[in-house]
Design a protein around this ligand. Sequence first.
Ligand SMILES: Cc1cc2nc3c(=O)[nH]c(=O)nc-3n(C[C@H](O)[C@H](O)[C@H](O)COP(=O)(O)O)c2cc1C
Length: 212
Amino acid sequence: MKIIGVNASPRMHGNSKLALKEVMLVAESKDAEVEVYDLNLMNFGPCHACNYCKRKDQETFIGTGSIDKTKKSNSWMLDEGHEGICVQDDDMAKLLRSMEDADALVLSTPIYFGQMTAQAKTFLDRLYAIYDSNFMERNGGIKFSLIISQGVVNEEVFKEYITYMMNNMITMLKFEKGDCVILTDNNKPNAIADKEEQQKAIDQLAENLKKQ
Ligand SMILES: Cc1cc2nc3c(=O)[nH]c(=O)nc-3n(C[C@H](O)[C@H](O)[C@H](O)COP(=O)(O)O)c2cc1C
């Protein structure tokens, strides 16, 4: 089993990263192969909406940037075109390639002004490359789980937004639905370290990563 962890907090010792590390440790203890990506340290930008990833013919291209023929190696690409391939050959392209044989993806993000971080949104937008493509059919699906860390004590405050966001990703990208854990009252970078309930919730998410 291969699990990809995506940390969308710029704090490398923050709660989102700490929670993700814990999930990965549990997964590793069950012999899973794990990879962690820190979005804030990666070289990648937003989706250019060029629709290169939607083209089944090699030549049609309406965006900016150059076409990298080496991307032909991606296994989900159709022979006659570049469906499912992002034209931007950056660190996100590497992550997308790694998703080809992943079983689960865990996104861990703080709440910034009532929403996911800009890093998380940029990552999700770049998944447009595999939206409406044959990626999931070829891949057998990926279980998508979410960890949220926020300052506000009341778990309900952003729940509607979080639930909507998660369901939207699952429906649009045909992910299998994993757990969603909301970690509250975490303004201090290491806050979750002494919170037993939050640790339990994180461990449970890790236990449930196995696909149905
Ligand atoms: C720019 C910014 C905006 C924030 N906005 C909110 C917010 O709207 N609601 C909230 O509960 N916490 C907010 N916070 C606090 C973080 O969500 C909280 O500290 C979180 O646990 C940080 O995660 P980290 O430790 O993984 O970096 C904000 C923090 C920053 C830096």
